[in-house]
Design a protein around this ligand. Structure first.
Ligand SMILES: *Cc1c(COP(=O)(O)O)cnc(C)c1O
Length: 716
């Protein structure tokens, strides 16, 4: 049941099929096709082809159906999409022989596939989205399971005084690349989940992304009581009780949805603890078929993979046992005898007394466990040592697989064309080959610089359009238009900082010494500017205060209009920022950043990273591919650390970053700067993209699980 787009001319009748499969979003020829289809509409819909096809005029459709250049892109996209879905010849099939049909199910509370599907909040979702795309590229039989939040995550508005306000928009289903899931027997797929003393029903939506399918649960259906309809309305919207209920629906309902669809995964991957109830549902199924508790646990462990994502203790969901008892009451069925043992699987004391901890549950029910950077691996082993009594820390079964970003999604069209020209179109297939990327060093400086300038220009066009739009339709003040970036200078060195606004990420560290920063920004011949973006969690007043302080700086004349805050950060804004800035700043309080991925997106586009040696940068910094902020504080109080890190940041800017950017030759080309740019691309592309990452997941975590159940030999 593909969404129907009536009135498509016969010659391009499958345009709707391409628009409804998010595969288009990471294939540049398909993207070019939609851009060409109707450029003003493309921009107006924030690059949403489903919405475009619903609004486009019949005349325009008729015109492109005779446009040879358009038709060439169309034919190409359709052929490539169908080949990707079938994927008979792929890395996966070559390396997995008989086991090639083993399905991997990936459970995640959020998926950031594209801005037209607003079911993500930040980094966790971006990783999940990039993961699915890479799985499709490698030809893996992979399904994602999550939530279809009809109100998504909030939209951010900022008042004249810099205070974040949240608004929720109801998704217009007709404009989203999703459709109802239909079971093999032809019925609409709806699953039921016991919750407390009642039963909640969830409809299942389906999203296609090339070879990969996502199944998304939605409780907003007539069968449910009004209060249950809202369970899946918003991502991270409710209180703890709401969160627990969502997680029960995701875990139990997700397993049931796969069963209803006839999908029989061999590997069950839990992305973060939110999905850990999957393990309980699977154990119950085993026990119902006659297995003992221990046998069921062994089987589930053999086939479960768990990825943990944060070293911040509050980031690990933990609930009072009584709350879990209440909401699980209806789920026990005949298994009440085992209740104590099930409860014990989640028990963990994170310093505030024992609770039911979702990370502990996942760790006790998974054989393959990983953290998302090498440093995060060490921190995680320290946090959860108590789950393996008697095992030395170094031997805990927690691996580290450093995150990566999906190159097809994050490399800008301009940069992709430059690679096509100087590296050859094969770069798209050789992403994880370090030797191949040596070729970046051969790109002529002039060409690379021209490309970087074009990308920066795109960013400013985007920012100015938004400022104009806010000025015209949202009737913001002149000061607000300046805070949004109306006075930015398209040729000045531009520092980007975009991420969730929360204490440990220290968004206002760079303002620690305001006069010193003002001096850096406003040098006559070497101007510097900073563009900020990011949301604070609705319940995080501390984060909102950070945001407010930055916003006030942005409208403070002392900074000369050289500080801007772009509101409503999402995938769309992120694309422009990671492409168009010159330097990407990241200054978390070490070691609280598990990995971080926005710096990788920037680096593969020739935007070097200026960062604390935390998360991925602890292993990514080579000495020549960006800059390391390393304050070496005298003590370890927050104040001492902040002071030392700010000092290091200022010194790097004053002595290295700014001089390098403005040191130009006779043709106005910054030679030394471009050496850093090339090193950033050369070193980050092969190591910190999902191609390397996914192969590592397959070899280290999926293959052992497949081998445990299928007992077939695997190739390399
Ligand atoms: C990449 C990305 C993130 C994650 O960035 P970090 O550097 O890990 O904080 C968050 N939100 C959006 C919209 C992104 O594109």
């Amino acid at each position: 049941m593909t969404p129907v787009f009536p009135g498509l001319p016969e010659r391009i009748k499958d345009l709707g099929e391409i628009a409804s499969d998010l595969w288009w979003s990471w294939h540049y020829r398909a993207r070019d096709m939609f851009r060409r289809l109707d450029y003003p509409l493309w921009r107006l819909t924030a690059h949403n082809p489903v919405a475009m096809l619903r609004q486009i005029s019949p005349e325009r459709l008729e015109a492109v159906s005779h446009d040879r250049a358009f038709l060439a892109l169309y034919d190409d996209a359709l052929r490539a999409l169908r080949a990707a879905r079938a994927s008979r010849e792929s890395w996966w099939s070559r390396t997995h022989g008989e086991a090639a049909t083993s399905t991997i199910a990936y459970f995640s509370a959020e998926f950031a596939m594209h801005q037209s599907l607003p079911i993500y909040a930040g980094g966790l979702g971006v990783l999940a989205g990039d993961f699915c795309k890479e799985a499709s590229d490698l030809g893996m039989p992979f399904v994602g399971v999550g939530f279809m939040y009809p109100q998504g995550y909030f939209h951010q508005k900022v008042t004249a005084d810099g205070w974040q306000e949240e608004t929720y928009e109801i998704l217009n289903w007709d404009d989203a690349p999703t459709r109802p899931t239909v079971q093999p027997d032809g019925a609409r797929c709806i699953v039921s989940v016991p919750l407390g003393a009642r039963t909640v029903h969830a409809a299942v939506w389906q999203v296609r992304a090339g070879k990969v399918r996502l199944f998304l649960l939605d409780t907003d259906i007539d069968e449910n009581a009004p209060w249950d309809r809202g369970l899946s309305a918003r991502l991270y919207g409710g209180n703890q009780e709401m969160r627990l209920q969502q997680e029960i629906v995701l875990g139990l309902g997700g397993v049931r949805a796969l069963k209803a669809m006839g999908v029989e995964p061999v590997v069950w991957h839990l992305n973060e603890g939110h999905a850990a109830f999957v393990a309980l549902q699977r154990m119950w199924d085993q026990i119902a078929q006659g297995a003992s508790f221990d046998a069921a646990l062994e089987h589930v462990r053999d086939t479960t993979v768990f990825t943990t994502h944060t070293p911040v203790p509050a980031g690990h969901d933990a609930f009072p046992f009584s709350l879990v008892e209440t909401h699980m009451a209806g789920a026990w069925g005949g298994l009440g005898d085992y209740r104590e043992r099930f409860m014990a699987l989640g028990s963990h004391d994170n310093g505030m007394g024992p609770q039911f901890n979702m990370t502990a549950l996942a760790m006790r029910t998974a054989r393959g466990i990983n953290a998302v950077s090498q440093l995060h691996g060490e921190v995680t082993r320290s946090m959860f040592t108590s789950l393996w009594p008697g095992t030395p820390k170094a031997q805990l079964p927690i691996k580290a697989i450093t995150n990566g970003v999906h190159a097809g999604t994050w490399v800008a069209a301009h940069m992709g064309r430059l690679f096509d020209q100087f590296l050859g179109a094969e770069w798209r297939y050789r992403i994880d080959e370090p030797e191949f990327w040596e070729r970046v060093l051969d790109i002529p400086d002039e060409e690379l610089w021209k490309t970087r300038i074009a990308m920066r220009q795109d960013l400013f066009r985007f920012i100015w359009d938004r400022a104009r739009e806010r000025w015209t339709t949202a009737s913001v003040s002149g000061a607000q238009a300046i805070a949004i970036g109306a006075l930015l200078d398209p040729s000045a060195l531009t520092i980007g900082f975009a991420r969730r606004f929360t204490g440990y990420k220290r968004p206002d560290l760079i303002f620690r010494n305001p006069p010193r920063l003002a001096a850096i920004l406003s040098q006559l011949r070497r101007p510097v500017q900073i563009v900020f973006a990011g949301k604070a969690h609705p319940a995080d007043d501390g984060g909102k205060h950070h945001l407010q302080r930055i916003y006030r700086r942005a409208s403070d004349p002392a900074f000369g209009g050289r500080v801007a805050f772009v509101d409503d950060y999402d995938l769309h804004v992120a694309q422009y920022l990671v492409h168009g800035c010159d330097v990407w700043l990241n200054n978390p309080r070490k070691p609280l950043e598990a990995s971080g991925t926005s710096g990788m997106k920037a680096a593969i586009n020739g935007v070097p990273h200026l960062s604390i040696g935390d998360g991925w940068w602890a292993e990514g910094f080579s000495g020549a591919n960006g800059w390391l902020i390393d304050g070496r504080p005298a003590g370890d109080s927050h104040d001492e650390v902040d002071e030392a890190d700010a000092e290091s940041l200022y010194t790097l800017l004053e002595q290295q970053v700014v001089p390098s950017f403005y040191d130009r030759d006779a043709n106005d080309v910054p030679r030394a700067w471009l050496r850093t740019v090339k090193e950033a691309i050369r070193t980050v592309m092969p190591m910190f993209t999902t191609r390397r990452m996914m192969k590592q997941y397959v070899h280290e975590l999926y293959d052992p699980a497949i081998a445990a159940t299928t007992r077939v030999g695997l190739g390399d």
